[in-house]
Design a protein around this ligand. Structure first.
Ligand code: PMV
Length: 362
């Protein structure tokens, strides 16, 4: 007896054409990018350490587009998030301007963060760079299937950095291991379009540098970075700030080469305070630090003086304090944080992070 076989038909079924998974970290700026022009071009160069533990993991599945099927479903921690999906959609549309093959696909993108969503840690650098990496890898897979010439690895990373920058400026620095520069320092050093790796010039004393992030306040920022950058256009101190950012970048590159930790501390702390001074003196002015931000800064300076442990602080565009210090002082700094810092408010959490290897496929 021959059985009659009816194949199952799933309405509107579009087979998945490909998938890729990427992980990308957050980064912490030593010299700050604050103020931009044109299409995400920084007004001064910046330098950052790439982090290790605060990362976004993103899976991108792509499907051949059928009819009016949705172009992108974006899930964060398993839940559909159309609002952030719009930013990702914009990024994909930007990449598609040069790579029209993307228009033949729709996407399902699922993202998770290793750090708590409500920690106040800037997640756009890790989220945008993980997503850009996935889309550029998709293009690489499609191109390599066509002409089987493998892409040059440096070119691949530069593409990821270029498009991460268009998603969120500082994201372009997350691609590279340990430390990165973004912005033109001189005609033959640095680029405004993508970040430049600095790992090769790092002095041994800056290897495995630690970053303890004290979460002073975990609420969402009251003023976005986009608005803060915008206020720098009319700022009374903008010219001085942009010149200072360039000078501090030049000095920082030297410091990272020579291992001059005391000059490192000096510039890193002044850069953090200058960033917030810009916010406090913009028009309209605003204040993102909290009383405990200042209390922690005072404790850090006092402890450094008393103990000779070369720790220092920096700040992002928010109230949380990043404590930077060499690996050798890990136990001492941990004890300092747990006794002297957390006693300011026992509800505060902190995250032990350190330099990491940048964007990678998982
Ligand atoms: O990348 P954006 O647009 O979120 O701006 C980031 C700005 C700072 O984090 C405050 C400084 C920096 O260089 O990362």
């Amino acid at each position: 007896m021959t059985e009659h076989f009816e194949p199952m038909v799933i309405k509107d079924f579009t087979p998945m054409a490909g998938t890729t998974q990427w992980e990308s970290p957050s980064n912490i700026a030593l010299v700050k990018y604050w103020g931009k022009m044109g299409n995400q071009i920084p007004r001064n160069p910046s330098v950052s350490f790439t982090l290790q533990n605060c990362v976004t993991r993103t899976q991108i599945d792509w499907f051949e587009k059928k009819g009016n099927s949705s172009e992108l479903d974006f899930y964060f921690e398993g839940k559909l998030k159309p609002s952030f999906g719009q930013r990702i959609q914009k990024l994909i549309a930007t990449i598609a301007e040069q790579n029209t093959v993307l228009n033949q696909y729709s996407f399902r993108i699922s993202s998770t963060n290793t750090f708590p969503h409500s920690s106040g840690i800037a997640s756009s650098a890790s989220a945008m760079s993980a997503c850009a990496a996935g889309i550029i890898d998709m293009l690489r897979q499609i191109r390599e299937a066509q002409d089987s010439n493998p892409w040059d690895e440096d070119y691949f990373k530069q593409q990821i950095s270029f498009y991460s920058r268009l998603g969120s400026g500082s994201a372009c620095r997350s691609i590279y291991p340990n430390a990165a520069l973004w912005g033109e320092v001189s005609p033959d050093l640095g680029s405004n379009l993508w970040a430049t790796p600095l790992d090769h010039l790092l002095h041994d004393d800056f290897r495995q540098y630690q970053d303890a992030i004290v979460i002073v306040d975990d609420s969402t920022k009251s003023v976005s970075s986009t608005m803060g950058h915008g206020l720098m256009n009319q700022h009374v101190f903008s010219k001085i700030r942009f010149e200072e950012g360039l000078r501090n970048t030049e000095t920082m590159l030297n410091i990272l080469r020579t291992g001059d930790i005391s000059s490192f501390i000096d510039i890193v702390e002044r850069e953090a305070l200058q960033l917030h001074a810009m916010m406090m003196t913009s028009n309209p002015s605003y204040i993102l630090i909290k009383p405990n931000t200042l209390a922690i800064i005072e404790k850090i300076r006092q402890y450094r003086q008393d103990s000779n442990v070369p720790l220092c602080f920096t700040l992002d565009a928010g109230p949380n304090v990043h404590i930077l210090y060499p690996f050798a002082f890990r136990d001492k700094v941990k004890e300092f944080i747990e006794t002297e810092i957390i006693e300011l408010n026992p509800k505060m959490n902190w995250i032990a992070d350190e330099m990491g290897l940048g964007t990678k496929q998982i």
